[in-house]
Write a new protein. Structure first.
Lengths: 226, 226
DNA sequence: CGACATATTGATATCCATCAAACCGGGTGG
DNA sequence: CCACCCGGTTTGATGGATATCAATATGTCG
């Protein structure tokens, strides 16, 4: 269906460790790079899992859809993150570029071949899968039992840790994306953000609603509930 | 904190394959059995992950708690299921016996030692972790985006597949357990079950509300939404 | 049988969704 | 450079699904 490796791809020879995977023997495997425009599907749910990806620049959302269009985003992937490692023949999510995004990719099969003989790589795959699981498990608690305030606070806290450089975080995703990650509507997300702003917990920077500073991490954390 | 291996434990020598794990060399590792009464904690969140468990008889709930008591059950484990495989030093959930439950257990460390040299075992660990992840991913969609009817239908569908023997399924868990699995209240679960009963989709058997027959799988599936 | 846990059902409240309008910022083209 | 458009956001008014509170019914276990 989706041929994501098109004409302008730039194949490179590289090492697994550049992909964030340490290897005992550190063999050379082929890596390539590709850039997707904003909104482009990188792979679709149930498509054969041919590649594993690492975000080089930009952001990716990974989601499931119900037949009537309801969407649940399972995770956002930011620079450095690896995604698409489904340990199976097909992808269980759709992956889409949130903004213009450059990824590096590696053939799943080549990774598996190495893993079969290299215990270090094999352990790495298990480790990555485990951290995906851990993230999903925490998200279950959020989706099943937390209030809208707690959800938004948790999201901001997560993003603050992951992409805040120098006091300001620039959210690549829309309110709708955030809502679909948190199991809310975009209006509810917007209202809670406004509340937090009025409460002096955060503020917008300059003239955009995507650039946010956390003014009071202490108080933000107090909305978290653990 | 919790010493779950007490006096009456029955250590046995056994093979990994009896634990549902195939191994290339199939070495002998020690397995023991233990029985927990209804409601007993098997291990607590953040406790060191010393053992991996397999349900022999009974049922287990695995959950996280918020400080104010809100509970999210991540999974139920039924006979044959393996749980407690957290691939890390500590457990990320609390595990509790839903009813009187017998488990077999294996030292995590011994499993890891084998996995380090046996690629087949190693792949098995990855496979189990992946299926946990897959279950969690589907549950994210349910918790984030499905209606109470869809949730209860999905639960009944899951249980029908997993523990229905000969037309009748006997649910070991209470309405509260089901609610905490589905991110609902026990009253809402009860109401939806009543609806489904009035609609002729299911019925109670004999004189209990825990023994259920699905009368119309077709119609149950129509509540599922995919 | 009695007592306690669990389940059902009803009445009401609450949080969040939905519907709707206005606003804002960025880009485009006259 | 301004006017307009368009995607995204905010804010308001209202509704609805599910939570909460409460009473009754059912089931279980000593």
């Amino acid at each position: 269906m989706f041929v994501h490796i098109t004409t302008d791809r730039t194949p490179r020879l590289n090492s697994l460790s550049d992909f964030g995977i340490t290897s005992g023997s550190n063999p050379i495997v082929s890596l390539s790079e590709f850039t997707y425009p904003k909104g482009k599907v990188i792979y679709g749910e149930k498509e054969p899992a041919e590649y594993v990806y690492q975000v080089k620049a930009g952001a990716v959302r990974r989601y499931k859809l119900l037949s009537d269009g309801r969407r649940q985003i399972g995770a956002f992937h930011l620079p450095g993150d690896i995604f698409g490692l489904d340990n199976g023949e097909t992808h269980r999510f759709t992956a889409e570029a949130v903004v213009k995004t450059t990824v590096r990719l590696i053939k799943r099969q080549s990774l598996e071949v190495v893993a079969d003989s290299d215990m270090v790589v094999s352990r790495n795959l298990l480790g990555m899968t485990t951290s995906n699981l851990q993230h999903a498990e925490n998200h279950l608690l959020l989706l099943g039992r937390k209030s809208s305030q707690e959800r938004v606070a948790a999201f901001l806290h997560e993003m603050d840790e992951r992409l805040s450089s120098a006091e300001v975080m620039s959210l690549p995703m829309t309110r709708r994306d955030i809502a679909d990650y948190l199991g809310l509507t975009l209006e509810t997300v917007s209202r809670v953000v406004s509340q937090l702003r009025k409460a002096g917990v955060l503020d917008f920077i300059g003239n955009t609603q995507r650039e946010i500073t956390i003014l009071d991490r202490q108080r933000l954390a107090s909305f978290l509930q653990s």
